[in-house]
Ligand binder design. Structure first.
Ligand code: SF4
Length: 438
C-alpha cells in the first residue's frame, strides 16, 4: 500500500511535536499474553510510522481514519462501496485508530473487527428498525450528562468522543452529530447532584469514552468524586484497552491508582482483539490496583458462536480480565444488521457451561427497553419443581432429582416493594412447571 505525500508530511509534523505523555520503559517487564489467538504488531499498512509515534496514544488519536477516501487508500474498497460508505458516514461518522485498523484482515470483508469498525450500508437500509434511545436514558437524565435510574448508581457521560465509533453503539445518537465535551459548569452541576444525593454509592463514568479526556482533566473529576463520602466505588467504562491500548500509559495508571476502589469495565468482543498491546494495557491497570471486567455485546458475525465466544472468554481469563456481561445488542437504530436472535445468546451460554470454567462464562443480559433495567437470561436447567423436589438437568442433558429443603419462612425481605411481583411470577412459573412433566 502506497503512503501518500500528505500522510508522510503529517507524520513528519507529528515527529516534531511533543514527546508522548508516557514512556514505554515498562514494556519489556510485562509478559506476553499466553493466548495463541493474539494478534501481532502493526502490519505493513503502518510500518512506516516511527515507533515513538505508534506508541503515543495522542498520535494514534490524532491519526484516526475518519474519511472514506483515507480508508480506501488503506484497504481495498470498490467504487460502489466507497459511494455507499460515504452516504452512511453523512449520518453515522467513521473513526478508527491506526492500531485497531492494523488488526484487520483487510482482504476479508467478513472480518469481525471490520464489522465493528467500518460503516455498513445496512445502517441506512434498515434504518426503519430500532430507535435512537432504546434505554430511554434521556428520561432518567437528572442534570445534563448524568443519568440516575437506579437508587444507588448514576452514570456520568462527560463527552461523546470515542477513539473508535463502534457501529453497534447504544449511544450512536450522542456521537452522530459529533464532538462535545461537558463544560466545567456542567460537570460541577453533576458533582453537586451526587453530593446532595446520599443514596448514590456507585458512580459510573462512561461513553462516549471518558479516557479521551486528558489525564489531568479526568483526575479533576475523579478526585472530586473521591472526596464525596457516600461514593463508595467509581467505575470507568472504556474501550481504550481494546481499540487504542496505548492510552493506558504510566501517567494514567499512576493517577487512577490514587483513587481506588476504582474499576474499569472494558469491551472486548472478539478474540482477535486480545493482542500483546491490549494485554499489556489490562496488565498495567491491574498492577495499578484497578480490576478489569469485560462487557461484550453479542454481534452477528463477530462473536455469535459458541466457539468464538469460548475463545474470547478463555483468552480474557489468560490476560486476567473477567468476562462480566454479554449484552444482547440493544435495539438501536442503524444496528439491526448486527443484532442476533436472543436464542443465540442463550445457546452460547449453554454451549459454554460445563465445557469451560464458570469463571469464563459471562452473564447474558438484555437491557430492557424503556429503561426497564438489565434482565439475565439463562438456559433452563430446572425442568420441574414439585412436592419439595426439583428435577434438574446438567450440561449433558442428564436428569437429576434434588431434594429441596424447607427453609424458615422469611418475615421480611430486603426488597419489600418487589414481594408481590415476585410471588406472582413464582406462582406462574410453578404452574408452567406443573404442566411440563419430565
Ligand atoms: S467506545 Fe463505547 S461509547 Fe464509544 S462508540 Fe464504542 S461502544 Fe459506543
Amino acid at each position: 500500500m502506497q503512503t501518500t505525500t500528505t500522510t508522510l508530511q503529517r507524520d513528519l509534523r507529528e515527529l516534531e511535536e511533543e514527546e508522548p505523555p508516557g514512556t514505554n520503559d515498562t514494556l519489556d517487564r510485562v509478559e506476553e499474553p499466553p493466548s495463541k489467538t493474539a494478534a501481532t504488531r502493526r502490519n505493513k499498512l503502518f510500518d512506516y510510522v516511527p515507533e515513538t509515534n505508534w506508541n503515543d496514544w495522542k498520535w494514534q488519536f490524532r491519526n484516526r481514519v475518519t474519511s472514506v477516501d483515507e480508508l480506501a487508500r488503506l484497504i481495498p474498497l470498490s467504487t460502489k462501496e466507497q459511494a455507499q460508505l460515504k452516504l452512511v458516514t453523512t449520518k453515522y461518522p467513521l473513526s478508527v485508530p491506526p492500531y485497531y485498523l492494523s488488526l484487520f484482515d483487510i482482504d476479508n470483508p467478513d472480518d469481525p473487527l471490520r464489522k465493528q469498525a467500518l460503516p455498513s450500508f445496512h445502517e441506512l437500509g434498515l434504518a426503519g428498525m430500532g430507535v435512537e434511545d432504546p434505554l430511554e436514558e434521556q428520561k432518567d437524565t437528572a442534570v445534563p450528562g448524568l443519568v440516575h435510574r437506579y437508587p444507588d448508581r448514576v452514570l456520568m457521560v462527560l463527552t461523546d468522543l470515542c477513539p473508535m465509533l463502534c457501529r453497534h453503539c447504544t449511544r450512536k445518537r450522542e456521537w452522530q452529530y459529533g464532538g462535545w465535551v461537558r463544560t466545567t459548569d456542567e460537570i460541577e452541576a453533576m458533582l453537586d447532584y451526587i453530593r446532595m444525593n446520599r443514596s448514590i454509592r456507585d458512580v459510573i463514568i462512561s461513553g462516549g469514552d471518558p479516557l479521551t479526556l486528558s489525564t489531568q482533566r479526568l483526575e479533576q473529576v475523579i478526585s472530586e468524586l473521591r472526596r464525596i463520602e457516600h461514593v463508595e466505588i467509581i467505575r470507568i467504562g472504556t474501550r481504550f484497552p481494546v481499540v487504542l491500548p496505548q492510552r493506558i500509559d504510566d501517567e494514567l495508571c499512576a493517577m487512577l491508582s490514587k483513587y481506588g476502589p476504582l474499576w474499569v469495565n472494558t469491551h472486548f468482543n472478539n478474540s482477535k482483539e486480545i493482542t500483546p498491546e491490549s494485554a499489556r494495557a489490562c496488565d498495567r491497570l491491574l498492577r495499578a490496583g484497578v480490576p478489569v471486567n469485560n462487557q461484550a455485546v453479542l454481534l452477528r458475525g463477530v462473536n455469535d458462536t459458541v466457539e468464538e465466544h469460548t475463545r474470547l472468554c478463555q483468552g480474557l481469563l489468560k490476560i486476567k480480565v473477567r468476562p462480566y456481561y454479554l449484552y444482547q445488542c440493544d435495539e438501536v437504530r442503524g444496528t439491526e444488521h448486527l443484532r442476533t436472535p436472543v436464542e443465540a445468546g442463550i445457546r452460547i451460554i449453554e454451549g459454554m457451561r460445563g465445557h469451560t470454567s464458570g469463571l469464563a462464562i459471562p452473564t447474558f443480559v438484555i437491557d430492557l427497553p424503556h429503561g426497564g433495567g438489565k434482565v439475565p437470561l439463562q438456559p433452563d436447567y430446572m425442568l420441574m419443581r414439585k412436592d419439595g423436589e426439583l428435577i434438574l438437568r446438567n450440561y449433558k442433558y442428564q436428569l437429576f432429582r434434588y431434594r429441596n429443603p424447607n427453609g424458615p419462612r422469611r418475615k421480611k425481605n430486603g426488597h419489600k416493594n418487589n414481594t408481590a411481583a415476585r410471588n406472582s411470577t413464582i406462582g406462574q412459573a410453578n404452574k408452567r412447571v406443573a404442566v411440563n412433566p419430565v
